[in-house]
Design a protein around this ligand. Structure first.
Ligand SMILES: Cc1cc2nc3c(=O)[nH]c(=O)nc-3n(C[C@H](O)[C@H](O)[C@H](O)COP(=O)(O)OP(=O)(O)OC[C@H]3O[C@@H](n4cnc5c(N)ncnc54)[C@H](O)[C@@H]3O)c2cc1C
Length: 396
C-alpha cells in the first residue's frame, strides 16, 4: 500500500528475491512511483518536469488514484472495494503538517504541489516560507534565484535547530542574507489568512504565496482502527515486521511511515529520508518471504541549499562532544568553488564518531558513513585538520 519510492522498491525487491505470485501496488496519487528530492530542487527551478523512478514494474499490477481506507487481517479496504492479501507491505509515507487559518497555504510533498508552486513563483512575488528546516531552505533557495521576494519565518532561534542543534544550524544564517532572503528567527505564526500571515505577536505580514514547511507526520490515519501498533509511525521490529496482535498474513512496513527497532541505536527510529525508503524494502521483502534479514542502517540525508551540498550521517547522542573540522565561518559561497567547505562531528564519550554534518565535503560524508557503520574510534584532534582525509582517522 503506497506507490512512492518505498512501495515501488518493495514490489521490485519481492520479484528480485524470487516471489512469483501476484503483486498489486496501490497508490493514492495518479502518478506512478516518482522521486521526491528533486521536487524542491530541479522541478521547482523548472529544470526537470518528470521524476518518475526507473523501476521495473513489469508483472506488477499498479493501481493508481486508489486509496487504502482500512485494514483487517487478510483484507485491505480501499475506496475501490476490498482487496485480499497473503502478505502486505505498508508504504504510505508521510504527509505535511499544515497551520491554522482559512487563507491559502501551499505544502511541498507531491509533484503536483511542486509544479503548482513553480508556476506561482515569479520575479517580485512576495513569498513567505514558514519553517527554516530542510524543505524551507530549499524552497527559499530556488524562489530567491527566480527573483521572488522571500521571507522565511522560523519559530526556533536558528535554522535546522531540530536536526543539527542551534550552533550548527546557526552557521547557515548568513546563507539566507547572501541570497537576499529575509530570515526572521524566533517568530511564530498564529494563523494564515487571505494574502497575509498573522504572527505570534499579532503582526500581520502580507504575502502573495505561503509555503508551509514545518514537518510531516506518518500517513497512517487509515490504520487507526486496524489494531496495528501505531506510535509516530507503524511500529515494527528489526526485520520490519509490523506489530499486530491480530492473527493473519504477515505485514511489513517500509520508508517514511516505518517506526522500526534499531539494534544499532537500541531504540525505535523513524527516518524520513530517501535512503531509508530506498534501503528498507530489501529487508521487508525478505521478511515477507520468511527470511531473517535485519534493517539497521546508519541514517543518511542530503540537502542542496543556497548553492551548498549539506550532508548528514548518523545520529548524535545526548552526551556527545561536538568537534569542528575546518572553519564553519569560512566562505562556502557557491562562487567560491575552491573553498574547502567544513564539517562538524559528534563524538561519543568512548571516542566513536556518532554523527557528522558536512558542507561541500562529500568525501567526508562517504568516509564518515563507513566509520560510523564500523563503530570506529576516530582521532578527534586530527579530525580538526581538513588536510587529513577522514578515512585515515580511525584509531580502533
Ligand atoms: C520536496 C521533498 C524533498 C526531499 N528532499 C530530500 C533530500 O534532499 N534528501 C533526502 O534524503 N530525502 C529527501 N526527501 C525525503 C524523501 O523523499 C522521502 O523520505 C521519501 O520520498 C519517502 O518515501 P516513501 O515511499 O516512504 O513515502 P512517500 O514518498 O510519501 O510515498 C508514499 C505514497 O503513498 C501514498 N499513500 C499515502 N496514503 C495512502 C493510502 N491510504 N492509500 C494509498 N496510497 C497512499 C502517497 O500518496 C504517496 O504517493 C524529500 C521529500 C520531499 C517531499
Amino acid at each position: 500500500m503506497g506507490a512512492g519510492l518505498a512501495g515501488g522498491r518493495a514490489a521490485v525487491e519481492l520479484r528480485a528475491q524470487g516471489f512469483t505470485g501476484s503483486i498489486v501496488l496501490l497508490g493514492a496519487e495518479e502518478h506512478p512511483p516518482y522521486d521526491r528530492p528533486p521536487l524542491s530542487k530541479g522541478v521547482l527551478s523548472g529544470r526537470l518536469e518528470e521524476t518518475t523512478l526507473p523501476l521495473d514494474l513489469g508483472g506488477v499490477e499498479v493501481r493508481l488514484g486508489q486509496r487504502a481506507t482500512g485494514l483487517r487481517p487478510g483484507t485491505v479496504e480501499t475506496d475501490a472495494g476490498p482487496l485480499a492479501y497473503d502478505g502486505l507491505v505498508l508504504a504510505t509515507g508521510a504527509a505535511p503538517v499544515t497551520l491554522p487559518g482559512d487563507g491559502p497555504q501551499r505544502v511541498l510533498r507531491t509533484i503536483d504541489d511542486a509544479r503548482g508552486l513553480r508556476d506561482a513563483l515569479k520575479p517580485g512575488v512576495r513569498l513567505v516560507v514558514v519553517g527554516a528546516g530542510w524543505i524551507g531552505a530549499e524552497v527559499a533557495t530556488i524562489a530567491a534565484k527566480i527573483g521572488a521576494e522571500v521571507t522565511v519565518i522560523e519559530a526556533a532561534a536558528s535554522p535546522l535547530q531540530v536536526a543539527l542543534g542551534g550552533e550548527v544550524g546557526g552557521q547557515t544564517v548568513p546563507w539566507y542574507a547572501e541570497a537576499g532572503v529575509d530570515l526572521r528567527l524566533g517568530v511564530s505564526v498564529r494563523e494564515i489568512g487571505p494574502q497575509a500571515l498573522v504572527l505570534g505577536d499579532g503582526e500581520v505580514l502580507a504575502a502573495d504565496e505561503v509555503v508551509v514547511g514545518v514537518g510531516v507526520r506518518p500517513d497512517t490515519a487509515w490504520l487507526a482502527e486496524s489494531g496495528l501498533v501505531l506510535d509516530r509511525g507503524v511500529v515494527a521490529d528489526e526485520h520490519l515486521a509490523a506489530s499486530w496482535s491480530a492473527d493473519g498474513p504477515p505485514v511489513v512496513v517500509v520508508g517514511d511511515c516505518a517506526a522500526w527497532w534499531s539494534r544499532r541505536y537500541d531504540r525505535r527510529l523513524r527516518v524520513e529520508h530517501w535512503d531509508c525508503a530506498q534501503g528498507s524494502p530489501a529487508v521487508a521483502a525478505a521478511t515477507l518471504l520468511g527470511g531473517e534479514a535485519v534493517y539497521d542502517p546508519v541514517p543518511y540525508f542530503w540537502s542542496e541549499q543556497f548553492g551548498r551540498m549539506v550532508q548528514v550521517v548518523g545520529l548524535a547522542g545526548a552526551g556527545d562532544t561536538r568537534v569542528w573540522r575546518g572553519d564553519p565561518g569560512a566562505v562556502t559561497a557557491p562562487e567560491a568553488r575552491r573553498a574547502p567547505g567544513w564539517s562538524v562531528g559528534w563524538f561519543a564519550p568512548d571516542g566513536r564518531l556518532s554523527a557528522i554534518a558536512t558542507v561541500n565535503r562529500p568525501m567526508d560524508a562517504v568516509a564518515a558513513r563507513r566509520l560510523i557503520a564500523a563503530d570506529a574510534v576516530v582521532d578527534a584532534e586530527r579530525f580538526t585538520d581538513l588536510a587529513i582525509p577522514l578515512k585515515d582517522l580511525a584509531t580502533a
